[in-house]
Design a protein around this ligand. Structure first.
Ligand SMILES: Cc1cc2nc3c(=O)[nH]c(=O)nc-3n(C[C@H](O)[C@H](O)[C@H](O)COP(=O)(O)OP(=O)(O)OC[C@H]3O[C@@H](n4cnc5c(N)ncnc54)[C@H](O)[C@@H]3O)c2cc1C
Length: 464
């Protein structure tokens, strides 16, 4: 297998192509990958250092991505996009994170998720169609605003939101605790309760909100890593938007979430965590093969311990990459290579059938990056601890993997609970009664306490 990976005018100093899953890519996708590595080398990587130091939003990097047509990566060719599939999308995000800038990879992940939410429901919506056709030409960056300050990482439960039908369209209210690219994005897909939700938080809707309709506080943003991703607070303060800013039908929020927002977020963010793991291994290779210990006449890479660290990091990271690409391929097959026309039938939701696999993908990639970043720091020693080598920044960036919703605590519970008790037991919107728990607690009450409780409940029922 050819191993020559270029880095500007020289050979790449990290792992060569023989450690990449190149056989999964088409010739066209490989060409795109090589061009993307070029702009990572010449533009994105230097900007990543600046973004991290100064908390700068990576707009310049997005301009470079737009020059390759990457803002419309999944937009059909006849609309000016690249018409690419899930496999290519995972490759692009991994490449940006590995060779360029993890903050840009995360902002791009949210952009891809927002494009997917728009493409899913654009068939009878001229406003969405027009936006999708202008992404690269005008560098129009999108993002997803879901998480609510009152419900934390339970981003599917937006209690500080509402939407109302008014004469000229919809009045939308949304408070978000975290939104990547907040205040810098040109357009947002926001999730709110539906106009007719009547207290049922599973009844959600999505709206397109433009950059000049949101209030953000970028000056308040700070974080351990991904410092360029600007995931600050966001408010849509009772803004009235035209009728066709509703994305899909009323009540489509949960469907859109399971079919595209979650699958694309988990695919791309996992590719981002794997890209960071690979970036760490690349730096470790460069450092440990260059650093010598004069007393014993050996380089750091000559110690078997260091070889073991790198070997294990490659094996674990490639296990995670194989899982990401396996699921990307599965979604390619399910959707005819990301053909959006299949969704003209709005009940076609093929990606939703593998959502529980995407939970596992994200868990594995986020867990791996935490481990690999520790081990690559150990392999590089004190030099890795200093910012100049780059290990320290990638380590901080990778820490976001575990805590980003769905968090790894939530995901392993989803998987274990669904496997043991069935999917219905997940009860996202707190609607199912746990009879076992209820009866067990009631058992603890004596006669008079039971009577007191019963009377209280009867009074409450009468009042309601
Ligand atoms: C860099 C970054 C970028 C982000 N970008 C976006 C974005 O673009 N859009 C967006 O909508 N959101 C975004 N988020 C928000 C993210 O998805 C989470 O909502 C957020 O990280 C939750 O933080 P919290 O402090 O509220 O955590 P909490 O929800 O309070 O969690 C605290 C702890 O409780 C655990 N926990 C929570 N629920 C359960 C449960 N049911 N079972 C077991 N354990 C549980 C968690 O796993 C965690 O360990 C971003 C977050 C980060 C870090």
């Amino acid at each position: 297998m050819t191993d020559t990976k270029s880095w500007g005018s020289t050979e790449f100093w990290g792992l060569g192509y023989s450690w990449d899953l190149q056989w999964l890519l088409t010739p066209e996708q490989k060409k795109l990958q090589a061009r993307l590595i070029d702009i990572c080398q010449s533009i994105l990587r230097d900007n990543a250092v600046e973004s991290d130091k100064k908390l700068l939003f990576p707009r310049k990097n997005f301009e470079a991505l737009a020059s390759l047509g990457l803002l419309g990566l999944n937009v059909p060719k006849e609309w000016g996009g690249l018409g690419e599939n899930h496999t290519c999308t995972a490759m692009v995000v991994e490449t940006i994170a590995r060779y360029g800038c993890p903050s840009t990879a995360m902002c791009y992940t949210m952009h891809v998720g927002a494009v997917a939410a728009a493409m899913l429901r654009c068939h009878d919506n001229p406003t969405l169609q027009d936006l999708m056709k202008r992404l690269d030409k005008e560098v129009l960056i999108g993002t997803l605003s879901y998480s609510d300050p009152e419900t934390g990482s339970h981003f599917w439960y937006p209690v500080s939101s509402s939407a109302q039908r008014v004469d000229s369209g919809w009045r939308v209210r949304k408070k978000a605790s975290w939104t990547t690219s907040a205040g810098f994005a040109d357009w947002y897909i926001v999730q709110t309760t539906s106009p007719d939700f009547g207290g049922d938080y599973s009844n959600l809707s999505c709206f397109l909100i433009m950059g000049d309709e949101v209030k953000a506080e970028p000056s308040q943003w700070d974080g351990l890593g991904l410092r360029g991703n600007q995931s600050g607070t966001l408010e849509v303060d009772n803004v009235t938007v035209p009728v066709d800013r509703l994305v899909g039908p009323i009540g489509d929020g949960a469907r859109s979430n399971d079919e595209v927002v979650d699958p694309f977020f988990m695919l791309c963010s996992s590719a981002c965590w794997n890209g960071i793991s690979l970036g760490l291994i690349d730096i470790t290779k460069r450092h440990t093969t260059a650093k010598k210990h004069v007393d014993v006449g050996l380089r750091v890479c000559d110690y078997p311990t260091i070889q073991d660290y790198v070997g294990e990091a490659i094996i674990d990271t490639n296990t995670s990459r194989a899982f990401v690409f396996q699921m990307a391929k599965a979604m390619d097959e399910l959707t005819n290579d990301c053909d959006w026309s299949i969704h003209q039938d709005i009940s076609r939701l093929p990606r939703s059938t593998v959502l529980h696999w995407m939970w596992q993908v994200k868990f594995a990639a986020a867990k791996n990056v935490a481990h690999v970043s520790d081990k690559m720091l150990h392999a590089c020693g004190g030099t890795g601890y200093k910012p100049a080598l780059g290990i320290e920044r990638y380590l901080r960036d990778g820490k976001a993997g575990w805590v980003m919703g769905p968090t790894n605590e939530v995901l392993r519970q989803f998987v274990g609970k669904a496997a043991l008790l069935g999917f219905e037991s997940l009860d996202y919107w707190n609607q199912a009664i746990n009879e076992r728990l209820l009866h067990n607690e009631l058992k603890k009450l004596d006669k008079s306490a039971r009577r007191e409780l019963a009377e209280k409940l009867l009074a409450e029922a009468a009042e309601s």
